[in-house]
Design a binder for this molecule. Sequence first.
Ligand SMILES: Cc1ncc(COP(=O)(O)O)c(C=O)c1O
Length: 431
Amino acid sequence: MLHRRTFLAAAAAAACSPALVARGRTLSALRERAGDPRDAASLASDEDFWLPVQQAFMQDRSIINLNNGGTSPCPTHVHDALKLRLDEANRLPPPYALWQLQHPQYEVVRTRLARHWGVDAEELALTRNSSESLMICQLGIDLKPGDEIVTSTQDYPRMLAAFRQREAREGVKLVQVKLPVPCEDDGEAVRRFEAAITPRTRLILVSHVINLTGQILPVRQIVAMARARNGGIPVIVDGAHALAQFRFSIADLGCDYYGVSLHKWLHAPVGTGLLYVRRDKIAPLWPLTPAPPGRESDIRKFEEIGTHPEANILCVAEALTFHQLIGDDRKEARLRYLRERWTARLASSGRATFNTPASPTHACAIGNVRLDGLDTAKLQAWLWDKHRILTVAILHEECTGLRISPSIYTTLDELDRFGDAIEHALAHGMG
Ligand SMILES: Cc1ncc(COP(=O)(O)O)c(C=O)c1O
């Protein structure tokens, strides 16, 4: 009985813990506001609506995190769910907990993600990140020496490294197109990809959102153009930053492969990703870790990674529920509103050059700015050392500037303090 009493006392204490009570209040406030009938654009600047969203994240507010493009925190209740799932796997015999209890629940996550992003669940693999998803495609598609792959000079370094390895190992050829910075002319972006195609082109890799600048590329048009060339050139889309930042459906893009990290804009636990492979492309695509015979056409063949925590993927379900409660359109409108707030302030200095288009169809949460008279690398270090503001210095041969990526938990006060710091640096230097 002592055990039972101790357990009940602990449970009662936990139920009354101020942190849990506060968390419950935050979520019910969010649930109430979720029913607000106003449109996304009106709600984007309504601080009452965004307060419980901000409070759903237990962040150290002595730091201003403007690098959510790197990876993002989970809302506290998602992180709590993660800890519970990890505890469960350790409390029960792990072979039972991981493989019999938890792993089968992947199917719910798969189905829900597929429904939300408009594809068939049998075309979605659950992975650890964009890198894994994209490597499966980049390394698993058969190519012959002399075959050409087209991508851009602004793609993510790891993805470029994968193709360079294939160049060195198999004699394929990587062709990189240069895109304007910024690029508001979709036709121009498509033309540049098209101009790089030769009769030997067998594959295209394109970023949905360029990580350097936040530029959104016209993926649907690039895919349509590729379909009409060389009997249909397959397109891999690097969607690391796009999914859950703004609304789209993967099916609507028409691409063959789409790889994403869910720990960026979905706010799922670190180490979660997804891979979409068109049904007819599953069988010919080699997995990174070979799967047992009989699974050639099964999307799950890409998930054969050996023993690993199942908790991360299971908690994607909690993150998706949170995302759905906020709503894709509201989130997208808020992220644009935040970008417009800091960009307008910096633009008023007359010394800001933006490497990201202003147009809402070409950018959402992420912006890149260069400030005349301020060295980008020194500015990034000064913002961190002096103000605890986390940004990224982009030092690429085609664009130099600070990458700024607030998120839904960022407050206006935090963005304004960033603006104050930049104005100070412009007026008085970085002393
Ligand atoms: C465009 C792009 N692709 C791929 C990745 C790799 O993402 P991860 O490290 O989550 O695999 C990143 C990371 O920031 C990225 O920006």
